[in-house]
Ligand binder design. Structure first.
Ligand SMILES: [Zn+2]
Length: 50
């Protein structure tokens, strides 16, 4: 398994966009949904968690 610095939510694993919801990581409103969990999450927050 390779280590990736950036998630590619736009191409390989598209993230859905919805109404602003508190990000599971930082708590601030996030439009993106984590493609893996379906929960609101900023792309930048998900990348930090890698
Ligand atoms: Zn966040």
């Amino acid at each position: 398994m390779t280590t990736r610095k950036h998630l590619d939510w736009a191409k390989a694993n598209p993230a859905k966009v919805g109404d602003p919801r508190p990000c599971v990581d930082c708590g601030r409103p996030a439009l993106l949904r984590d493609p893996d969990t379906g929960k609101p999450r900023h792309k930048t927050c998900a990348e930090k968690a890698l």
